[in-house]
Ligand binder design. Structure first.
Ligand SMILES: Nc1ncnc2c1ncn2[C@@H]1O[C@H](COP(=O)(O)OP(=O)(O)O)[C@@H](O)[C@H]1O
Ligand SMILES: [Mg+2]
Length: 379
């Protein structure tokens, strides 16, 4: 009862004072208003739980005040006080949404009981609202969990499907290397070219194998390989992998590296995946003649990696959604909607942070901060 915010409205000051004083004795403090207008002015700054108002007042009547309150402050409950002879006003008030009405002269215990009931009603409604919000949140969470579960299944499936042919490729390449070492092959024409090609195949297979293993971090969670990384080199390597795509679209890629960036200890394969995802997205969003800038600089003990583009930008309402699994604005053949989801998962796991800023029609910035030493967190 103590924390009820109450306003007493009556044109008769002595009446207000008397009621306020007696309520105070019982632990309820109240604001006072001499008219409906004054009460509305107080409500602007003081969101009351309960308004106790006289009906017959010069200027705005209690019923008019009630209408205003119902419209503007739906959470505030109104108790009307009517003259003995004007009980119909009270009935009218209830029809218009008053919590209840009492006839004057007011019995204080009765009034206190009503105020308490009104307050309880407010608490009940708040509780209900909280419950509804909680339920909604749980439902949203469940949808995400379900999606993740299906994503996990999908990822595992894809990884298995791809790993088998990869193993065959690797084995065959290994066998060819072995054969090439044999003496009878010593004079084989263009032997060195074959060896180089086989090396490329083996490297490519290894990378593909890593990607499938790290796919979303769901599959074989613990086989992260950490090493010391020169981020500028990693950026350069990753850019090479997407350079054809950029050239096809006449998008220029610019790399900027602060000379004070130190090497970091992290997982190069996953970071490369992050880079490829962010840069590919940037290229996709950028019109011919546009630019994608990748810059790295020191940030505290760690590094900050920025991928900025001059592309079409992201509408505000999509800023949260872009990290959700399967959210894509690209045509079904082109986008999976997994890129940023995976990217965020990886950066989380590597102890970093990812943030996006965008201006429609101007471009987008993805900013990744990474710690100098990444601790493996198994989330
Ligand atoms: N640099 C960017 N500029 C504009 N939109 C972007 C950019 N990066 C991501 N997006 C938006 O986020 C969505 C999700 O990206 P992503 O998860 O990588 O999935 P996908 O690329 O397969 O659509 C994209 O479809 C696009 O709408
Ligand atoms: Mg993408």
């Amino acid at each position: 009862m103590k924390d009820i915010r109450l306003i007493l409205v009556d044109d008769e000051e002595s009446f207000r004072n008397a009621v306020a004083k007696r309520l105070k004795k019982r632990g309820i403090t109240s604001e006072q208003a001499g008219s409906g207008e004054e009460c509305l002015a107080i409500l602007e700054k003081y969101p009351a739980d309960v308004v106790v108002s006289d009906v017959k007042m010069p200027g705005m009547s209690g019923i008019e005040l009630l209408h205003h309150i119902r419209e503007k402050y739906p959470k505030t409950e109104v108790i009307l006080l009517t003259g003995y002879a004007s009980a119909p006003d009270g009935v009218q008030g209830i029809k218009s949404g008053a919590f209840d009405y009492l006839t004057k002269p007011v019995d204080l215990i009765h009034l206190m009981g009503k105020i308490k009931q009104a307050h309880e009603k407010i608490l009940r409604l708040e509780e209900k609202k909280r419950e509804a919000e909680f339920r909604k949140k749980m439902e949203e969470q469940m949808i995400i969990t379900e999606r993740l579960a299906s994503l996990g299944t999908l990822a595992t499936g894809v990884a298995h499907e791809i790993n088998n042919p990869l193993a065959i490729i690797r084995e065959s390449a290994g066998w060819m290397s072995f054969i090439l070492q044999k003496e009878e092959m010593a004079q084989m024409p263009r032997k060195a070219d074959f060896e180089k090609a086989l090396e490329k195949i083996e490297k490519g297979v290894e990378r593909a194998r890593r990607i499938t293993h790290h796919l979303l971090g769901f599959v074989q969670k613990n086989d992260s390989v950490f090493s010391e990384i020169n981020l500028a080199e990693l950026v350069d390597e990753s850019v090479q992998l997407v350079s054809r795509e950029a050239a096809n679209r006449s998008v220029e890629i610019v790399q900027k590296s602060d000379p004070f960036v130190k090497n970091i200890w992290s997982d190069p394969y996953q970071l490369r995946q992050v880079l490829i995802n962010l840069v590919t997205n940037a290229i996709h969003a950028t019109h011919a003649g546009g630019r994608v800038t990748i810059s790295i600089k020191p940030a505290g003990e760690g590094v900050e990696l920025r991928v900025r583009d001059t592309g079409h930008g992201i509408p505000n309402e999509n800023m949260q959604k872009i990290f959700e699994p399967f959210f894509s604005t690209k045509s079904p053949g082109k986008g999976t909607g997994l890129g940023l989801f995976v990217t965020r998962g990886i950066i989380d796991k590597l102890g970093g942070e990812l943030r996006a800023e965008s201006q429609l029609g101007q471009g987008t910035l993805f900013c990744v901060t990474l710690p100098r030493h990444c601790e493996i967190t198994d989330r």
